[in-house]
Design a binder for this molecule. Structure first.
Ligand SMILES: [Zn+2]
Length: 260
């Protein structure tokens, strides 16, 4: 797992698997300081390290946030079993509508790759957050913006005082858009993210580490072009530069099949 200190109040961890990101963010000072862990790394040893990373960096843990309900972003509870988990109302609704889905998919993944974990995933108490809305962090406020298209649920987390945008599974420089909830919804999300990206200095996609504004703007334009082509005629779509390997072609074929 890579850990990148991008600001004295922001550490981004990148899982060895799928380059899934986990963002630690701190706000406020002294006794009033608070810290959130947004999304999670995937592998057991990475999750086991998480409390020590926070402690060594002097980041308090006030709660967990998850950008959406896909299982690989929900594993913070394995590291912090008692922490509150805040999610968008849409994500809380999806978790209610698909009870046990995240746990089942995690179990299938672990069985497939012979991964063993010290305890099963228990999502326990979920705190639905109003999105669009705000979430206090120390003396500052995180802005929560709705996302959708990759999945039906989700939120992007914007920390304006840090120029930090944690956007969930959008704007990945390594992964093409994977559309399970509509090309139109995905394009609407890109339109909502665009002004945030323009104001951001650091963007953390769900997969692929930290990118700068220029890279995020390039990915956004490429993703928009890909999705518009996909919506018109999914047969002859060109994949974005640098995202054309076998796995990306497989993801593209899945998009085409879902839209058929
Ligand atoms: Zn993901």
């Amino acid at each position: 797992m890579r850990a990148i200190g991008v600001h004295e109040d922001v550490i981004v961890l990148e899982s060895r698997l799928w380059r899934t990101t986990c963002t630690l963010v701190r706000g406020g000072v002294g006794d009033a300081a608070e810290g959130f862990v947004i999304d999670s790394p995937v592998l057991p040893d990475e999750l086991e390290l998480l409390p020590a990373v926070l402690e060594q960096s002097g980041f308090p843990l006030s709660g967990l946030l998850a950008t959406h309900a896909d299982w690989d972003h929900l594993l913070g509870r394995l590291a912090f079993p008692r922490a509150a988990l805040g999610v968008a109302e849409t994500t809380a609704a999806r978790l209610r509508a698909e009870p046990g889905a995240a746990q089942r998919e995690l179990r299938e993944f672990d069985e497939r790759f012979y991964v063993s974990r010290p305890a099963p995933l228990s999502l326990g108490q979920i705190e639905p957050l109003a999105v669009p809305g705000y979430c206090g962090l120390g003396d500052s406020e995180l802005e929560l913006h709705p996302t959708g298209g990759h999945t039906v649920d989700g939120m992007a987390v914007w920390a304006p005082w840090l120029g930090l945008l944690v956007c969930g599974d959008y704007l990945s420089p390594f992964e093409i858009p994977t559309v399970s909830a509509g090309v139109g919804a995905y394009l609407d999300t890109l339109t909502r993210l665009e002004p945030l990206v323009a104001a951001a200095s650091r963007i953390v996609p769900g997969h692929g580490g930290v990118i700068n504004r220029e890279t995020a703007q390039r990915v956004l334009a490429e993703d928009r072009a890909y999705l518009e082509a996909l919506g018109r005629d999914s047969g002859g779509v060109a994949l974005p530069d640098g995202r054309r390997d076998g796995e990306q072609r497989r993801l593209h074929a899945e998009n085409v099949a879902r839209l058929a």
